[in-house]
Ligand binder design. Structure first.
Ligand code: DGT
Ligand code: CA
Ligand code: CA
Ligand code: ZN
Length: 581
């Protein structure tokens, strides 16, 4: 078992104990141990082998035994027994946003609620509002959370979906009976969350493709199967559709199944105007005297040719959302979307000095391996206890170390000194100007008092944006896809404040955040807002999040010129320095 899995189990044990109303000290011990593991730099296997677990904060002999059992045997009888003592449906209640173990315990004891269904019923009947410590507002929040949960359960993060889809696509492509294969649908459009995977195959032997697909080890259940179409649910709980079309129809089918539905509908209308009807099979004449633009034996072989039929240039899948792309294409005004290779570095990155998993050196070495020209380091500030935020003297030491590395040219990338500075509840910043002045740049983020009303939150953010030492805003709405809604904030006011104060909004590339949402970037960038695509990396592997950030930037119609971290180092240094004056 790896460290992350063990951390999750320790936290689950704490939840289970809390559900049972156990001793708070015992509960806290598990939570502390989980945190201690999270911050462990060494490989947990080595720590267990060396028997040095107890040298870590919060890990006594008994917890050390339990952790060792998980590491070495992959199981822990204590945990299994504890889990068996609580109905799984009660555990499910913990997954409802806003319901912690304490509330679940009250619901169970007072109203005998031990399932989602019972919770829903009680909330609908107004029973929850009457419980002490709950009230109308909590009841409303619970009902909303249940509604959200329904959609969330049926969708997946693009990143996770891609991780599952890619290996399957590679296997499909290697099959003898497969001539062409692609992933279509929302995955190809790089939507932040996806409902299902849509595989498309060009083949003259659909039978063999169907047989292969439905008999794969990842298949949990076949939902439906025809001669050229199958739907399955995978063991990861992902629904997958696969369609097989004759090779000559592949381009049309790819166009159709990439969508979006709204984009397709626009093309159906265009077809009707020309006397054709459009479907996944291609075009057909419906009006006499309206010949097709191609002969049946020579259907378009690429999507480019399909767009050409309508007198349009190729529209990249990411922007096929019927948000003006067809009009822009017709006017010759399609954006030249940013590409991953345009990126020369990124600015929101954490190290093990706070809650990152890798050291400063490891992070910079990883940036060097990616070929970046620069990297910015932005650990958390002091009020971020949860993430062991830096105190002044720790930050100063980090700055000094970075200056030393830059001077010695130890690594090829230049290192910018930064900070992810908490925006306090009143909009002031967590450090004094005197400290902030010593940094190359400051990212300001909201991590606390998320429940403020829209007016207060908007004022709070704008105050931070107006601070002369602020460079950019981190994860501007605080949303966590499929988990936590954005906090209440008037985003257009925040965007306007950034433009007026020449501040940047980051596009947080963490696949769970992808914040600010792509739907805002097009209009905002045309008004003059600049973007910085960041990884919010808490480990070297997470520097890969730049990719999902770029995907979303493309969905938001962003070009190289809108994204500051495409600038070469010299320009970047000047740009950052100028923001300080
Ligand atoms: P998802 O799965 O909810 O994340 O979103 P999509 O876009 O992948 O939707 P899905 O899987 O239902 O269908 C794949 C594509 O097939 C969709 O993007 C466009 C096309 N399509 C599906 N239903 C319709 C429809 O009723 N009309 C048209 N014109 N196209 C459709
Ligand atoms: Ca889909
Ligand atoms: Ca589908
Ligand atoms: Zn943050």
């Amino acid at each position: 078992m790896n460290k992350d899995q063990i951390v999750r189990i320790l936290e689950e044990i704490a939840d289970l104990l809390e559900l049972k109303g156990e001793n708070p000290f015992k509960i806290r011990a598990y939570r502390n141990a989980a945190r201690s593991l999270l911050n462990m730099e060494k490989d947990i296997k080595d720590v267990v082998t060396d028997q040095t677990l107890t040298s870590y904060q919060g890990i006594g002999p008994s917890l050390a035994d339990k952790i060792s059992s998980l590491v070495l045997k992959g199981r822990l009888p204590y945990y299994e027994k504890l889990k068996r003592s609580i109905p799984p449906s009660l555990m499910e209640l913990l997954q409802v946003q806003g319901l912690g173990p304490k509330k679940v315990q009250v619901l169970y004891q007072k109203l005998r609620i031990r399932s989602i269904a019972a919770l829903k019923k009680a909330a609908a009947q107004g029973k929850i509002a009457k419980l002490k410590g709950f009230g109308e507002k909590t009841q409303k929040n619970i009902l909303e959370a249940l509604e959200r949960r329904k959609t969330n359960l049926s969708r997946h993060l693009w990143w996770d979906a891609m991780g599952i889809a890619e290996p399957i696509l590679q296997k499909l492509k290697k099959l003898k009976c497969v001539k062409k294969a692609e992933i279509a649908g929302s995955v190809r459009r790089k939507l932040e969350t996806v409902g299902d995977l849509d595989f498309l195959v060009g083949s003259h032997d659909p039978k063999s493709v169907m047989k292969w697909f439905t008999s794969q080890p990842f298949v949990a259940k076949v939902l439906g199967q025809g001669e050229t179409k199958a739907s399955i649910v995978s063991k990861d709980g992902m629904q997958m559709d696969l369609r097989v079309v004759p090779v000559k129809q592949f381009a049309f089918a790819l166009f159709y199944f990439t969508g979006s539905k709204e984009h397709n509908i626009k093309f159906r209308e265009k077809s009707i105007q020309r006397g054709w009807s459009m479907s996944e099979y291609g075009l057909e004449t419906v009006k006499k005297g309206a010949p097709l633009p191609f002969s049946a034996s020579k259907m378009p072989a690429t999507e480019e040719e399909i767009y050409q039929i309508f007198g349009l240039p190729y529209i990249p899948p990411e922007i096929r959302e019927n948000m003006g792309e067809i009009e822009a294409a017709a006017a010759g005004k399609l954006p030249r979307l940013i590409e991953e290779k345009d990126i020369r570095g990124s600015f929101h990155n954490h190290t093990s000095a706070t809650d990152g998993r890798n050291t400063l050196h490891e992070m910079i070495a990883a940036a060097e391996k990616l070929g970046w020209e620069y990297i910015g380091i932005s650990d958390h500030s002091k009020s971020e206890f949860e993430a062991s935020g830096l105190h002044e003297e720790q930050l100063l030491a980090q700055i000094e170390e970075i200056h030393r590395l830059n001077a010695l040219k130890t690594y090829r990338p230049y290192i910018f000194t930064g900070l992810e500075c908490n925006i306090l509840a009143d909009g002031s910043l967590d450090f004094s100007d005197q400290i902030l002045k010593k940094l190359d740049y400051v990212i300001v983020s909201v991590h606390s008092s998320l429940q403020q009303d829209e007016k207060t939150m908007t004022r709070r953010l704008i105050r931070a944006i107006e601070h002369p030492l602020t460079t950019m805003v981190g994860h501007v709405t605080g949303r966590q896809l499929l988990q936590r809604d954005p906090y209440a904030v008037n985003l257009s006011k925040v965007i306007d404040a950034c433009i007026a104060n020449r501040k940047i909004i980051e596009l947080n590339g963490n696949p769970k955040r992808l914040d600010m949402d792509w739907r805002y970037w097009h209009a905002a960038s045309r008004k003059g807002l600049l973007c910085c695509i960041n990884c919010d990396a808490h480990a070297v592997s997470q520097l890969d999040f730049i990719r999902s950030g770029v995907n979303i930037a493309r969905k938001g119609w962003l070009e190289k010129k809108h994204v500051i971290n495409t600038k070469p180092l010299k320009e970047m240094q000047k740009f950052i320095a100028r923001m300080r004056n």
